[in-house]
Ligand binder design. Sequence first.
Ligand code: FAD
Length: 442
Amino acid sequence: MGFAHKKVAVIGGGLGGMAFMNSALHAGLTDIHLYEAANEFTEVGAGVNITRNANRVLDAFGLREAMLWKSSRDPPCYMEYRHYRSGEYLGQIEEFGEPRSRQIHRAHLLEILMEKVPKSMVSTGKRLARIEWDSSNECHQLHFMDGTVASADIIVGCDGIKSAVRAHLSLADHPIYSGQMVYRGYVSYDDLTAETAELLRKTVNFRGPRRHVLTLPIGNDESKTARVGIIGFMTEPLDRWESESWLAKAPVDDLFEHVKDWCPAVQEIIHGLRKGADDGKILKQTLYVREPTPTWFSVEEAQQGSGTVLLGDSAHSTLPHQGQGAGMAIESGFALAQILRHWDSEDLSAALQLFQDVRKPRTDRITKTSYETGKVASADIPEEMWAASFSPDLMRERMKWVMEYDLLGELFAKQAAASSKAAASSEPMPDVVGSSQIASVL
Ligand SMILES: Cc1cc2nc3c(=O)[nH]c(=O)nc-3n(C[C@H](O)[C@H](O)[C@H](O)COP(=O)(O)OP(=O)(O)OC[C@H]3O[C@@H](n4cnc5c(N)ncnc54)[C@H](O)[C@@H]3O)c2cc1C
């Protein structure tokens, strides 16, 4: 039964929105449409690391081969740490098991997620302006900036950190500057010496006081997608930030100023960025700390049978120090689609509550531990203590629970808890997440 007969609107076609479309189609939701503000689907920035917890979900959708074709091929470890000045090896984190992490160009990941989504189910150039309740038809009306209107029973807000759907739910956000700017770009392997090119075939973290440069081995040679993704986390005062946007461009020289006395491999990276950037500029972005969102949907709305729910960065944006933002969106999308498809009553409010109960403890914890990991990675400690201050084993331990997450088990456990609560209150409780159907997918 579930809500398969309801009309679902997805707002935002980034990695979160497109991942949800895959989840929804896979679960069997059919009356679903995605509205994207931009005139075309694009992803900017360096590559992205999709870790095993999220890859399990993508593989269940049948995207494994497409992912492997365009992502890194079995890097030897999860991450290797290097001293920022000497370049000396500091240790490494082993992988967490199959499927391994995959490093991929963001645009390629978006293309892969779009492959199975029929074009008739997506509209571009549709920037949501506001949502209104239509009492005569008992559904929501979506008003877009271009003057058009659409209707929906369930609205899934995947419209990122400046979410209009979030604003509709009156969820005020008070982001605090993290103290760090992030510089992002690509380097061609051809622009590096053989030794550095070999080193950067794995994920390397050049760890320095209050700064670190992370490199991702994006893509592979066979599909001609191989390149090095560069993400430089640099401590800078916010008052030097001249852009009005949270994402802008800055000269490679700005990054160089931070790392000019770092090891030769980092100097090669700067050289490679200069060669690769036509205008001498790379992306620069402010990193903000956000408190976890208190609630992801409106109970009152959902009780009317037509509701709004948040997913992805609009609900659980995080600092990127554990590489989990897109991964969390992929997991959340899977959970939401399964619950919507297999829920066994008309009670949308209870269904969305289960979704939030399943996902929010994990995403809140990731938000908190990502903040802590950022502090460890870019700690403010004297230089002579730098190499000794760090333990890869400890870092691995911090990430283990993230990687070993059992989404299916979590859905079952919450379902059982919900059922026993209902039995205790002697109200009939449906088989809320359709255990048998879900069991077959992961
Ligand atoms: C430096 C950095 C490195 C990162 N590295 C990783 C990593 O390695 N691994 C990982 O898993 N995550 C990583 N992340 C996090 C990840 O990029 C995000 O969590 C993810 O992209 C969020 O996707 P989203 O779809 O929720 O939001 P967004 O990507 O922001 O997409 C929102 C979409 O909604 C559209 N939109 C906005 N407003 C409207 C509107 N009013 N109407 C219609 N459409 C609208 C936008 O145009 C956009 O397409 C990183 C983030 C940063 C900053």
